[in-house]
Every structure is written in C-alpha cells, then in structure tokens.
Design a binder for this molecule. Structure first.
Ligand SMILES: [Zn+2]
Ligand SMILES: [Zn+2]
Ligand SMILES: [Zn+2]
Ligand SMILES: [Zn+2]
Ligand SMILES: [Zn+2]
Ligand SMILES: [Zn+2]
Ligand SMILES: [Zn+2]
Length: 1756
C-alpha cells in the first residue's frame, strides 16, 4: 500500500514544477540501480554512508521553514524515494511492495497483540484473571476475550505500554482473545522464525540492519555541533546553521514564549507554535542562518532564561548534523515498520541490536542507546523506545536477553533518570514495567542479576541525607532534594512489579537471593526506624512545623512492598524462618542501648511486682516510625498462621525474644497517640496531628497501627499478664493512680489536669480491649482473610449505609489493588439503587448487627460515636434493650492463646474494681461515662470468654478461665471495697447510671447464666449447656415482649396527638372562614369565568376566548403582592409604586434549526423579522421573587459598593458579574441580571364598539398608516394630506399611562433585553430597543411551548409558579414597552411589519414570507399596534379587533408557509370521501401550485395535505394561545388544562378561530387571494423553492442533546483517536464533546485557543459562543465529567450521566468500573438545557463552592 501510493506520488511530483536542487536527482535516480550497486560493493557500509552523505543534507532541513505543509510533503517524498526505497530494494532483493507482501503472507500470525497504546486510549484489565493490575488489553482484544463477562476495570492509558493479549503469564485464565488464539501447532513448539526465511534475505537484512541501526545510534548519541561521523561528511560544508532549542521541565510555557519573542523576534503565534513543538518533540530549531546569526539568538535566550534558574538548553548546530539526526529518526521508524512484516526480520533486528561490539561489556547498540537515554531529546527517545517495544519486547527470547542487560545497567540507568528532569514516560527506565511484571522474568532476574537487592540498594544509595544514627533525615529538605525524592520513588514501583506475585515454587537460588534482598530491605527499614522523633513541647508552642510528609510518603509507598514481602515469606517455611532470624537480629541492633542510662524502678500492684526502667513518653524522644518492629510483628504472626512455630520450634530463635523489649517501642507510639488525644501535645502543632492521623489512616495503618497492636499481642502472649498490664500502666503514666485507690481522692482535689488523666485512662482501657479482642488477623485468631474483610465492612455499614466507592476507600488495598470487598459484600449487605441523583447504597442486613463491636479498632472517635448512636437507635426501633455488649470473638490461635488471661488477671481486676468504685459516686469528674463503659465492655468480654470455654469443654475441670469466680472475691488491699460483682449489683439501680443500666443488667444475667452452666456441668453432664442458654434466651424474650408493648403504647399516644392536631386545624378554618372564602372565590374565578363575562354575549360555559372583541376580561382582579425586601404589601397599579420581578435574560440557541451559520453582526443586524431558523433568541427567566423597584435599587447599589471594595482588596471573582448588572436574588440567590416591572392586567374589551370586519379594519388601518407615512415624510406634523380616518390625530401626543417609577423600570428591562440580545452597549436612542423587548417575549413563549410539548404536559396549568409569573409579567411588560420608545419609531416598525403581511403592489424590499417566523411577526405587530391605536381619539377602541385580524392574517400566512414547504411523501391511500378541510386544503394547494409553478411537489391527497397542515400549524396556535392568555389575562378553557382529546377544537375556539382553519382563507377569498399571490410572487420565494437556501419545514423539530453510547468506553475510544485540528495529527490532551451539536474539541490547550472579543480563549469557550450563543454543555471525555460554561468567566462541573454497576459516577475515571449511560440522568441534563437553567446551575454551584470561581473557565 505504502509503496504504490508513492509510485503515484512520484508521477505527480515529476509532472509539477519540482524545486530546483532536487529535480535532477528526482528524474535520474533509480533505487533499483542503487540497490544493485550496493549488492556488489566490497564495503557496503562505505557505499551506504556515501549515499547518505550525498543526499541527506540536500533533502532534509533545507531552510527555516521546516514543518511547513508543502515543504514537509516534499521532504517526506524525497526521503522515501531517495533514501528509504534503495534500502528496501536492497533488503528484499527486488521490488519492495511484492517482496513485503510475500513476507507477510509467510508470517505466522503473531501470538502477542502488542498494540502500543496511544494517550487516552481505553485499556481493560480483568479483576479476576489478570496476574497484576498492569496486565491490560486493548479494546479490540477485550471485546473478543472471555473477560468481557468478568469483573473488569477500565482505565485510560497514559501512552506507552502495550496490549498483553497472548501473554500466558499475564492472565490466570483466557490469555488469548479470539483474534490472537494461536494455531495448535505453534503453541507447542517454538521454532526459530529466522529459519523460515530464505538464507540470502537473512544475510542481506542482517548487513543492512546493522549498518542502519549503527548509523542511527551514532547520530542520536552524537554530541558535536559542527562535525559528522567518519564517512558522512557532506560534499560541501556551507555556513548554514540552526539554533536549536531544547525542552526542559523547569521553564514554563509562558517563559519560553516570552523569551522567544525577544530572542528571534517572532510573533506571539509563532512563539506559541515553537514552544508547543519543543514541549512535544523535545527540541525545535528556532532560527536558521549563518553561524553568527544563530549564536546571537542563542546568547539572548540563555541570558533571558538564566535569571530564575539554569538557562534553557540551546545549541547552534550545523544543518548537515541536524539533517542526519532527522533522518536517523526516520530510519528507526522505518525499521519498526519493516519488522512488522515478518517475525524473522524482527528477530534478525534483535540479534543485530543486542550483538556485543568489540569493546566488550555494554557495547551492543541497544546498550549504547540505553546508556545515553537521558542525553537525548524527547522525540528521539520516543522513537527508539517505540522500536524497542516493537522488536525486543515482542520476542520472548530476546526480551529475556534485553531484560538482563537492563538489569545489569539498572543502577546507572536509574541514576541517569534521577538526574534528568524529564517525566518518567520519556525515560528508558519506564520500560521496567514491561519486563518486571512478567513473573518468570522477574524471578530469573532476581536469581541471575540479584535484581531485588540491586533495586533496594540503588534506592537507599539515592537517599543520602542521614542523621548521626544513620537514619533518613528529611527536615531541612531543599526543593531540589524534594524533587529528587519524588523521582526516586519510581524505584519502589519497580520493586513492587518484581514482588507482585509470589513464586509458585522456590529454588535454593531464589531463596538465597530473596533473603539477600530481604536483608537489603531491612537495611532500608533500619534507616527509617526511629526517624523524625518528636519531643513534647511544654511552655511554648513550637516555632516551626517540622517536615513530616516525606517520611510518611516513604512509608505509604513502602506499605504495599512490606505486605508483599511478608506474603512471599509466608509461602516457604525456610524463607520465613530465615527472614524471621534476620529481622530479629536487625531489631536487636536497633534496640541496642534502649534501656541504657534509664533509671531502673520496681513496681508492685495487686500482689504482683516487676522490675523495669523509667521512661516517660511525655518527656523523652519518641518516634512514630518503627518499621523493623512492625516487620517482626508481621513475621511472628505468619509463624503462627503457617504453623511453622509449632512444627519447627527448634529452628526458631524464640529464646532470644525479650517480650519487654518487643513491646517497648510500639507501646510508646500508642501512648503518644493517647496523649495527643488527651490534649497533652497541643503545643507541638499540626505536623504531629497529621502524623497521628496517617498512622491510623487506611493507607498506612496495615503496616503501622495494626502491627503495633499485633506486637503488643505478641508480647502479651509471652508475658505474665499482670506484668504486661503493669508496663502498660507505667508507660501511660497512670501507675500511681491504680496502685492506691485512695490516692485518686487526694489527687482529685489538687490536680487540674484531671480531664487529661481521665482521657488517658479511657485510652488505656481501649488499648486493653483491642489487645485482647482484635482477633481478625489470620494467625492471631482462627479466621480466614475474608472474615477480616467482612468484619471491616460490617463495621463501616454500622455507621450508616454507604456507597461502593466509600467502602472501597475505607478498606486497605493489596498490591493488586483489590480489597476483597466484592467477595463478601453481598453476604452482609443489601443494595439500594440510586434515583436521578445520589448514589447507590449498601445497607447492612439486620442479622449482622450482633457482630457490631463498639470498640472496633479502626473506628475514629467520630465514627465510633456515630456508629454507637446508630446502633442504639436501631435497637430502640426494634423494641430491644440498648445494651451493646461485645460480640462473640473468634478463638485465638495457639501461639496467642494466653492473651485471654489478660481479662482475668489481678491487675485488670484491680483496675476494673477501682473504676467501678469511683462510679459509685455520681459527680466530681473523678470518672467518666466512657471510662465506665469500657470497663463494662471488658467485663463483658471476660464473661463471654468464660461462657465460650464452658460450652466447648467436656467438663468443668479443664476450664481454666474463672472470671466469674474472681469477681465475687472482695477487693484486696489497697482497695478494701466490695467485689466487682457486688459493685456491679449496687450500680445496677443507681439513678445516675441510667444509660448503662441495660449493659449492667446484661452482665449480671451473664454471670447468672455462667453460674447455672457451671452448676449443671459439675453436677451431671454437659447437655445442660443448651438449657442454660435457653434460660438466657427466655429472659431476653420476656424483656423483648415488654419493650414491644411499650413501643406500641408510644405509637398509640402519638396517633392520638396527631388526631387532636387535625381537629384543631378544622377549628381554625371555621374561625377564619372569611379568609378561606376569599381564596375559594379566586379559585372559582379561574375555573369558571362565565359569571364574570358580559351578559351581552351569549356563550356556553365551555367556550373561553382569549383574543378579539369576544374575549373574557379578567381585569377586575386586583393584584396584590409583597416585597421580599421590606415585607410591605403593595397593589399593582399603573400609577402606583413600581414593583419588579428579579429576572435573568440570556441569549439562546436551544431552538436553533441551523447551528452551522454564523451569528449575526450585532451592529448591523435588523431584528424586526425573526428568521424561522430561530438561530438566536433571547430568553427571559425569573425566580418569581417580587420587590419594590426602590428596594431593589437600594439592594443593587449595596451589592455594587461591596463589590468595588472587594475588588480593591483582592481582585476576587464572584459568581456574578456586577459590572454587567448581575446580582443574586436576595431571597433565593438565583442568578439575575435585570428586573421585570409588574403591570396591571389588560382592560376588559370595549363592548360598545362594533367589531369591524377584516376588510373594513384593513382599510382603516392602511389609511392610518398612510397618514402617518406622509406626516413622517413631510417632517411637519399636522399637515397631513392623506385623509386620516375620523378621530385619528397624527399629531396627538398620548399621555404616559404609567407612573415615572414604572416607566423607569420599563426602560431598565428594555435596555437589558437590548444589551444582552445584541451583545452591545446600552443605547436608548437605538430604534431596535423596542423590538428586542418584543423578541424576548415571543421567544420565551415559544421555548416554553416546546418544553411543555416535549414533556407531554398540558398547555395550561402545568407551569411552575415562577414561570407562570415570569411569562405573565413579561407579556404585559412587552405590551407596554412602546410607551418608553419614540412613537415614530414604533409606528415605523408597525408599518414595516404590515407591509410584509399586506404587501404593496410595487415594493418588495421586505423579506419574503418563507424567511419570517410567523409567531414573532404576530407578537410584534400586535404589540406595536397599540402605538397606532393610541392616536385614535374617536373614543372607540379597535385594539381587540385588530388583534383578532392580525391573528387571522398570520395564521393564513403560516398556512401558506406550511403548504409551500410541504415534504413530498409517498403516496398514501386516497380516501373515497373528502372532508371539507381536505377539499379546501387541496384547492388552496392547487392555487399555490399555479402561483409558483412546478416548484411544488405533486400531492394529490387532500387528507395528507390537511394532516400536514394541522401538524405544522399546531405549535403556532399553541404559542398564540399562550401569548394572548397572558396578554389579556384570559382564563384557559378546561380542555386545555389536560392533555385529553379535543385539544385542537378547544385551541381553535380559545383563539376564536374556526376549527377548519382553511375557512379563514375561504371566507375572505376575495380579499386574501391577491395577498397570497403577492406573497408567492416575491422573488426570493421562487429561488428558495428551486433549492436556493435551506427550507425550514413545519412543524420544526425540537432539538435534543446528541445521543450518547450506552458503554462509556466507546466514547473514550472515540476520543483517543481524536486529534487536535490545529496541530497536525497531534493527540488532544483534553478531548471534549459538545453535547449540543456533537462536535469534538481540543480543550484546555494552547494549540486551540481562539480570539473572542480580543481575548484568547480555549476551544470550549470559543465553541460556546458560536454553538450556544454563550452557554455550553460539554462532556470532558477523559475525566468523565460534564462541563457547563456560561460566557467567558463562568462554569462548573456537573455529574456525568454515566454510572457504574454500583450506581455511582466516576468523575476523573479513578476507579475504573465499567460505566453505562443512565438515560434518566441524561434527560435531566437535557431538561436543564431546554429550560435555560444552565447559568442558574452554574451560579448556585459557584456560590456553594468558592474554588470554582477561581478556575479560569475561559481557558477550557
Ligand atoms: Zn490487543
Ligand atoms: Zn488479542
Ligand atoms: Zn477474566
Ligand atoms: Zn420593598
Ligand atoms: Zn428569587
Ligand atoms: Zn488543539
Ligand atoms: Zn456545539
């Protein structure tokens, strides 16, 4: 394909005038001849180099215009023809196209897909089958794979990386998709693909590949600016140079653009283009010329950019060097393409690339490229990385060899990368993921290259900042060090890849190397052990917050690694034992000197004594970072879990363990947390608070907090429980309190830190609860890993129902980013689907409530209290007691078995006794509720333990747990009080302990129960246990019944109260009858206005009329409103105080029938005739809130002043633009930009006047118009020559019917409509002002009619109040707005409007009727007629008659419009009998055919004509009905309050039209026939019907948002192939889809900025102006986010209409669950758009979230 195309292109090239230098070469050159010359050459390299030396500089980089379209095309062509074609001829030994086709044919289909991902392309991974999360499929492979039916995740690629389809190691099942399933034969034996090629081809390709690859490597790694490698020197060395600018990641776009404008004096546009290319390709020549010229530019650039930082890199390079480098890149791409044809060629290239040179180590071509990677520019790196991916990484054999080279050079490559400043995706080190994630390869590298150790050592070496003890020190970190630290972290990523899957089997070598690696890792952990120590600050607050984030970042990054290493250890007992020994000895080294110099003390309590040393967390150094301890804790638990401890005890150094030392550091850390919670560390600032937060946070806790608890469990299980507790008491600094109970009393009086101490006691008790009770880690308790996850979920859901994503966030992820949530969620929770808003939620099933543990160790304090409250509430609702006893814990593993003795040891009993003793006294702060609650919990745990042991034992004798006995013993000295049990019994009924009563009752029952079991078992057998349990059950049941009864009583009481209340309401209504009467009357008025109608007209009650002399007036209704600002009531009157409605005016294209054409020029646009395409309209909306005009003005001035002050202070943005008149409604904060004045209802029709017929009215009106015209022409009022009708006085100046306040407000709104509608500055003199006020009325009515139609709502009675009020006041306003305009102007408008309806015989300067929207024409003419009527002093008002006649005329015009644009449709069944309507339609149509000739299609069916007419005219009639309804305040007929049948008839009669509309024409045929023929003879009509210009057909289709695909990945895929329209084939970074027109845009990028009103704006904003006239809706595809934009400065994000299976959106595509379209949510967005609600949504969003205001929306 490629080559045929070029043959053709060559012809074209030779035909046209080719550039001078090359034309001769073009004509004479034959690639075939060159190739055959080369074949015979003794030294092929010399020959080829000679060729390249001759041609390359002449073809490439010929001058300054590199990159220009035609220039570039010529270069491409010449490169192909003169440089690459001979290579192809040589390689294939004949014609290339057929040779390659042959190769491809003989090639077996590749087993690997290997598709290299583009930026933003969707990738898929299977959560069930992928070996690790880096294993991904491309979309094609995914769709053809089995994983489509599995639980998969979808992400977008960051570019680079390739599809793993076909890699058997990447997938546990289904490694091949349907397209890449290999044939049976090839799957078995891997044969050498080279052997399938002809030998001569092998020889030739090997020679040519090695020459070309060497050439490319030489040039890409070339560092001389003026010289070339030997053999490539150009024939003539001219003085032509390039000034080459290189990319760095230090300077910003703006800096580079600014510098370039100065240095090479280019325009801003050119500078932007240079900068974009530099950023993309890594370098770009910015100047071409002689050497001095380029040096000049260089020195300026260096000078300008060296000020802030190191200067930009610039080189002056000879043009031939640049040319050869350019061709090197092309040659590499060429190699990449050629090897796609054959696996054999691919392998030959691999051989050539990895062949060692004469220099030995690291001398292969690939080695040279790798080792020079960081010196190359971005573009060069990209191209050779791509080639490596297509060759070495696609060939399993060579992938291995390459991986070994990569691992050998690992340290050097990483150091290079860390020193470099380019992103990792442009570094060779980024390829590690392709090799290290292949488990077999990773293990091979570990064994042969000691990879694990290498990575860790490299990492440790890079972090050189240490304190005197050799620990990492991150304080006083400079920005540069921080940057380096950021880059170093990628090494941890590599380590993660290597460790991601534990080996299925171990070799001795692997064990050895893993343990080497483990030792290196321990060295790393030792550098972290004890880092960032803190000392409690007393007296003064710390001066500077210490650096803490770096240490925690490190911990966070390592968390997964630590867990993975433990997992590896768990799979092999030799490794586990080896690792345990190493870890222990490292810990012992860390502990060296721990107790040195500390003061030894001896403690005694409850008859036990202990020697320890003094240490106080509150006074000495303490660190949160104890990774070595925690590693040992993890390994110790593994010893238990794998039962290695019990099987090989002799191999373990258990004797070396000192439990006291083991617990010391973790205990200090936990005490630190307790003291911080108790408020003892307030002066240490936020950094400590943050550290404590992360210590418990889900991201860190697995290898921090959890392991510390575990270590305490390890220690406690090996110690005398009394000693353990004494150490704990001592470290909590609470020992003295419990060593003598009396001391507390004395202490209490003197101590002001009592609250602190109480908090510490609470924390300590909580710690003991956790140490004994946390048994859900496999190895500590007898549980499996899923039970652990399930317990987490149960406790999360005990707080409240949660969304899937919230649960995921609350659970720790493992290395494979799995939490295990899906595997258990359905067993504990039920799913509740989301509605149109909100998320789907999981709710805990009730049977799991009994597993709730108030002291769950992962609860924060807030979580705990919320959960406790929720659980108590639940129990109360179920009529149960509110005790929340501890749940049954799982049994402990043998190694931890002795932990339970803590619960019954003497020290704990003493502590419990002491607290209970304190609680006897109700007051004083000597104890706290939570303290007591914890003690009760501990007692409960002990009793549960005893009961469990009793139940599982066969006899009493082997139950060693005798808590129930111990608590009956009276307290020993020093606490001489009663026994714990006695205390509990006495507290049971203490009035101050009401809240704990249920729990104490539960405990006492348990004691009873245990006693019973013990008695039965000791007396007889064990069968009685069940009875004992039964007893407890019956007690509980009884209790339950009692509670149920109480709840029922409460319910009855509530009902009674409700009944009483409704009785009171009834009374109220009776008492205020008058008031209700009034509102009832109003209600009646609206439903049956017949009573109010004038008696002269006889009408059936059903017929309501809104227009014409027979309309129903409603003017008697008085309108009274209340100002929201001053709360005063006010009647709306023409001469009263002005009242206004807050309103928002905006331009709209929602109804546009043609988005393609450009918007009219505001200065010269004539808005008098609205085109039926409705390109842009003006929409007015209101929140319906009414104010006095004066109140509003005062409010607005205040807002303005506030804004001025604010802008001086901080140039802050607001959600509204005061300078454009915007403000927020003072009541509802709805965005508004003007106000509509409220006017009284229209007067009732003048029934005294006789209604003139159409002819008479037309005559009278044309006389009036003639009189006006001649007056205007003569400029002398009063001298009218034309005979004016009687009473019509052209010189009359009608009085203004409104008070000045109202007039001002009329003016205000008129100006707003004018200003917004035309986007111009206010100008009261402009004659178009009145037109725009009418326009917004007409357009708003029209858009609301569409809305009602779309939502299938009745025409009347279904609008919300605010819209009802808005339309009503808007219509009445527009009928009055002529009063504020010069009369002559309005008369002029009326005359022009009439001249279209009733055209003059000669003049045809107006638009033709096909170019006019009839509803707009109707509204404008009706509204402007008032100005004519105002001059009529005859005492008779013809206004109503005029309205009716105008309606008739426009209706007929609309009929003609519809018939003229009727769609030729397929013939339908002819009805035998035609109705009257059908006959008349046919007649009129035939008449029109006569007028316009053959242009109209043949439609013989009258039925079809009438159907089309009816459908076409319905929207017009509906809008007209709405308009006259509001204009004349006429009540709507009942039929139109619903959507039942009879709508048509009701509508026609409401409009006073016959239901056979054609009668309008038929009955005035004599008058109308000439009019119709004049309409049709307008020259434009003929042109349009002949096909000149797009016809608008009726009914116009309603606009919808574009339809979106059901599966979101289809959109992502579309977006990934979308390229920026401006920068030739580049991928767009933020592809954004316009939801209105479906246009894809390149958003948020310099390349696509456009100028709008003299300001550069991003593609979205620019598109918003043309497509949406200022309002835009977009879908940001890569972020899965909807974007709303209004104008230049406003925008917000909105949830996308795509949900995952858990009913959640995924904004930012972070979770990767498959997303599907939610139609309801999309409809909701569509409705928002149709209702013109976008600016309001943005306003509210910005008010609610101030950060949105600061975003530069115009750059999106
Ligand atoms: Zn694929
Ligand atoms: Zn595939
Ligand atoms: Zn799968
Ligand atoms: Zn007021
Ligand atoms: Zn409001
Ligand atoms: Zn672009
Ligand atoms: Zn659009």
């Amino acid at each position: 394909m490629l080559f045929q195309q070029l043959e053709g292109a060559k012809m074209a090239e030779s035909e046209r005038e080719a550039p001078s230098v090359l034309s001769a070469d073009f004509m004479n050159f034959s690639p075939k001849d060159s190739a055959s010359r080369w074949l015979e050459a003794p030294d092929l390299q010399q020959e080829v180099y000679g060729h390249l030396a001759h041609y390359v500089p002449r073809i490439l980089c010929q001058g300054p215009h590199s990159g220009g379209g035609r220039e570039q095309q010529r270069e491409e062509l010449a490169t192909q023809l003169l440089l690459l074609a001979p290579l192809e001829w040589f390689l294939l030994g004949g014609e290339p196209a057929s040779g390659l086709a042959m190769l491809q044919q003989n090639n077996r289909s590749p087993p690997l897909c290997g598709r290299v991902f583009k930026v933003g392309e969707p990738t898929y991974s299977c959560r069930e089958c992928a070996a690790d999360p880096t294993c991904v499929l491309c979309m094609q492979c995914f769709l053809a794979s089995v994983h489509k039916q599995h639980r998969y995740r979808m992400t977008t690629s960051g570019g680079g990386g390739f599809c793993d389809c076909g890699d058997t190691e990447a997938w546990k099942t289904g490694p091949y998709c349907q397209n890449h399933t290999p044939a049976e034969r090839s799957r078995q034996a891997e044969e050498d693909p080279v052997s399938l090629l002809p030998p001569d081809l092998v020889a030739r390709s090997s020679r040519i590949f090695s020459i070309i690859l060497r050439y490319a490597v030489d040039l890409l790694t070339w560092d001389q600016e003026d010289q070339l490698p030997a053999g490539l020197e150009p024939p003539e060395h001219g003085d032509t140079y390039y000034c080459m600018l290189f990319n760095d990641e230090v300077h910003t776009y703006e800096q580079v653009i600014y510098t370039l404008q100065k240095a090479v004096s280019c325009s801003q546009k050119e500078a932007v283009s240079f900068a974009t290319t530099v950023d993309r390709d890594g370098r770009k020549s910015v100047r071409f010329g002689d050497r001095q010229f380029c040096e000049q530019a260089k020195s300026i650039i260096v000078r300008y950019t060296s000020r802030q930082s190191k200067p930009l890199r610039v080189q002056v390079m000879h043009s031939s060097v640049v040319a050869h480098q350019c061709f090197s890149l092309k040659a590499l791409s060429w190699l990449g393409q050629i090897i796609q044809y054959s696996d054999g060629l691919k392998r030959i290239l691999c051989q050539v690339a990895l062949k060692k040179g004469p220099e030995g180590e690291n001398s292969s071509l690939v080695d040279r490229l790798m080792l020079n990677d960081s010196k190359m520019w971005k573009g060069a790196r990209n191209i050779y990385h791509q080639l490596l991916m297509n060759s070495l990484l696609m060939d399993l054999k060579f992938k291995k060899i390459f991986a070994i080279q990569f691992a050998k050079n690992y340290e050097r490559l990483q150091s290079d990368y860390i020193r470099d400043d380019h992103d990792r995706e442009f570094s060779i080190t980024d390829l590690s993921v392709q090799m290290f994630t292949v488990p077999s390869l990773a293990r091979m590298l570990m064994v042969e290259e000691n990879l694990m150790m290498t990575i860790i050592r490299t990492f440790v070496d890079q972090l050189r900042h240490r304190d005197p003890q050799g620990r990492f020190q991150f304080d006083r970190y400079t920005a540069q060090q921080a940057f380096k630290f950021g880059r170093v972290q990628s090494l941890i990523g590599d380590l993660k890849y290597v460790l991601i899957s534990p080996p299925p089997e171990w070799s001795d070598q692997l064990r050895l190397k893993f343990l080497d690696g483990f030792e290196a890792f321990l060295d790393l952990l030792r550098c972290m052990q004890g880092m960032d120590p803190v000392v409690r600050q007393v007296g003064q607050h710390i001066e500077m917050e210490p650096e803490w984030e770096a240490a925690f970042t490190l911990q966070m990054k390592l968390t997964n690694i630590i867990s993975m290493i433990q997992e590896w250890c768990s799979t092999d007992e030799h490794v586990l034992i080896g690792a345990y020994k190493k870890c222990l000895s490292t810990l012992n080294q860390c502990h060296g000197g721990l107790s040195d110099g500390e003061q030894p003390i001896s403690l005694s309590l409850a008859g036990h004594s202990l020697d320890t040393f003094r240490y106080q967390v509150s006074q000495d150094k303490v660190s949160i970072h104890l990774p070595v301890c925690r590693m040992l804790a993890g390994l110790h638990v593994l010893l238990s879990r794998t039962e290695v401890a019990s099987r090989f005890p002799e191999q373990l150094p258990l004797g070396e363990l000192s439990p006291h030392l083991l617990i010391e550091l973790p205990l200090r850390c936990l005490v630190l947390c307790a003291q911080v919670h108790a408020g003892m560390w307030r002066r240490n600032g936020f950094s400590l608070i943050n550290q404590i937060y992360y210590y418990h946070n889900v991201k860190c806790r697995v290898e921090m907090f959890d392991k510390d608890i575990m270590m305490l469990q390890v220690g406690a299980s090996m110690m005398d429980p009394n000693h353990f507790l004494m150490v704990v008491l001592s470290r909590f600094e609470l020992f003295h309190i419990f060593s003598s109970v009396d001391i507390r009393k004395r202490y209490r009086e003197a101590n002001k830190d009592l609250a602190q101490q109480n908090a510490l006691i609470e924390e300590m008790l909580h710690l003991i609860i956790m140490v004994v009770g946390e048994r859900y880690v496999p190895g500590v308790g007898q549980v499996d890993p899923l039970e652990e996850v399930r317990r987490e979920i149960v406790h999360q859901l005990s707080i409240r129902p949660m969304a899937h994503s919230e649960l995921v966030k609350a659970l720790p992820e493992n290395g494979n980013r799995e939490t295990g949530l899906e595997r258990v969620i359905d067993s504990v929770a039920s799913f509740r689907k989301p509605g149109v808003t909100g998320k789907g939620l999981y709710e805990l099933r009730p049977e799991w409530n009994k597993h709730f543990n108030m002291y769950f160790h992962h609860y924060s304090r807030a979580d705990q209290s919320k959960a406790e409250e929720a659980q108590r509430k639940l129990r109360r609702q179920n009529g149960e007691d509110t005790a929340l006893p501890p749940p049954l814990p799982p049994p402990l593993c043998p190694l931890f078995g002795s932990l339970v003795n803590l619960l019954q040891c003497d020290v704990l009993l003493a502590v419990e006794g002491a607290v209970l003793q304190w609680a006897v006294e109700p007051s004083g702060g000597g104890w706290t509720e939570s303290m007591l609650q914890r003690v009760l919990h501990l007692v409960g745990m002990a009793l549960l333990e005893e009961q469990q042991q009793l139940e599982s034992s066969s006899g009493d004798e082997d139950v060693t747990f005798t808590y129930s006995n111990k608590i009956t013993r009276p307290g020993e000295a020093p606490s001489t009080s009663g026994s714990v049990l006695a205390l509990l019994e006495s507290l049971q009924n203490a009035p101050h302990l009401e809240v704990h009563k249920d729990m104490i009752t539960w405990i006492l029952k348990m004691v009873e129960n245990i006693k019973t079991i013990r008695e039965r078992t000791s007396s007889s057998s064990s069968i009685t246990i069940n009875q004992g349990r039964g007893l407890e059950e019956t007690v509980r049941d009884k209790d339950k019944a009692e509670r149920k009864r109480k709840a029922e009583m409460a319910r009855l009481r509530r009902e009674k109260i409700m009944a009483q209340m409704s009785e009171m309401q009834r009374h109220f209504i009776n008492e205020n009858k008058e008031l209700f009467q009034q509102s009832m009357e109003e209600l009646e008025a609206s439903t049956s206005a017949a009573e109010h109608s004038p008696p002269s007209l006889d009408l059936t009650s059903a017929s309501q009329i809104c227009v014409g002399p027979r309309r129903m007036g409603w003017a008697e209704r008085r309108q009274s409103v209340t100002c929201i600002l001053c709360q005063e009531e006010q009647e709306v009157r023409s001469h009263g105080r002005a009242m206004v409605l807050a309103a928002f005016v905006q331009r709209s294209t929602v109804l546009s029938q043609n988005r393609g054409c450009s918007l009219p020029d505001p200065e010269h646009h004539d808005p008098l005739f609205m085109h039926p395409e409705l390109r842009v309209g003006i929409h007015t909306a209101s929140c319906g809130h009414i104010m006095h005009a004066t109140c509003w003005q005062r409010y607005f001035e205040a807002v303005q002043q506030k804004e001025q002050r604010r802008q001086q202070r901080l140039r802050g943005h607001t959600s509204y633009d005061v300078e454009n008149g915007e403000f927020l409604c003072p009541l509802c904060e709805c965005l508004s930009n003007t106000v509509i004045p409220l006017l009284p209802h229209a007067a009732s029709p003048d029934t005294s006047v006789e209604h003139p017929c159409l002819e008479a009215w037309l005559k009278r009106t044309s006389q009036q118009m003639a009189a006006l015209c001649s007056t205007h022409r003569k400029q002398s009022p009063g001298a009218a020559e034309e005979a004016a009708p009687d009473g019509f006085r052209v010189d009359f100046i009608p009085p203004n019917p409104y008070s000045s306040g109202i007039s001002t407000m009329i003016n205000t709104f008129s100006m707003s409509a004018y200003k917004v509608g035309l986007r111009v500055n206010p100008n009261e003199q402009d004659p178009r002002v009145a037109v725009l006020s009418w326009a917004t009325c007409a357009f708003t009515v029209q858009s609301i009619e569409r809305l009602l139609e779309e939502e299938k709502k009745p025409l009347f009675g279904s609008l919300p109040c605010r819209q009802e009020d808005c339309l009503s006041s808007l219509t009445r306003f527009s009928s009055a707005c002529w009063t504020s305009a010069p009369l002559r102007t309005v008369h002029g408008h009326f005359i022009r409007l009439m001249s279209v309806l009733v055209p003059d015989r000669q003049a045809d300067d107006g638009p033709c009727i096909l170019d006019i929207d009839m509803f707009h024409l109707l509204v404008y003419s009706v509204l402007s007629y008032s100005s004519v009527q105002s001059l009529d002093q005859s005492g008779r008002s013809f206004e109503d008659s005029a309205h009716l006649h105008l309606l008739h005329l426009t209706t007929v015009a609309q009929l003609v419009q519809i018939l003229l644009t009727i769609r030729p449709e397929e013939q339908c069944m002819e009805h035998s009998e035609q109705s009257e309507e059908e006959q008349l339609s046919s007649q009129l149509y035939m008449f029109l055919q006569q007028l316009v000739g053959r242009a109209l299609p043949e439609v013989s069916s009258g039925w079809q004509l009438w159907t089309s007419v009816r459908a076409g005219i319905l929207p017009f009639l509906r809008t007209a009905a709405l308009f006259f309804h509001y204009l004349n305040s006429a009540a709507p007929p009942t039929d139109l309050l619903g959507t039942g049948p009879g709508q048509w008839e009701a509508l026609c009669s409401y409009l006073s039209l016959p239901s056979n509309l054609l009668l309008l024409y038929e009955n005035h045929r004599a008058l109308l026939e000439p009019l119709v023929s004049r309409w049709c003879r307008h020259p434009t009509v003929g042109q349009m019907l002949q096909g000149g210009g797009a016809l608008v057909r009726y009914p116009r289709e309603s606009n919808r948002l574009i339809s979106l695909p059901e599966d979101y990945s289809i959109l992502i895929n579309q977006a990934s192939s979308f390229t920026c329209p401006r920068s030739g084939g580049d991928k767009s970074r933020a592809p954004t889809l316009c939801l209105v027109c479906g246009c894809m845009l390149c958003s948020q990028s310099y390349c696509c900025q456009t100028e709008v009103d003299g300001e550069d704006v991003g593609a979205c904003t620019a598109h918003t102006f043309s497509c949406g006239a200022g309002v835009g809706l977009f879908l940001r595809v890569r972020d899965s986010q909807v974007l709303f934009v209004a104008g230049k400065s406003k925008g917000c994000f909105y949830p996308p209409p795509y949900l995952d299976d858990y009913g959640e959106t995924d904004q930012g595509l972070k979770r990767g669950n498959p997303l599907h379209l939610c139609t309801e949510r999309y409809r909701k967005i569509e409705r928002l758009w149709r209702q013109h609600g976008i600016p309001e949504v943005i306003g509210h969003a910005q008010e609610a979230n101030q950060t949105l205001v600061a975003i530069d929306w115009q750059h999106l």
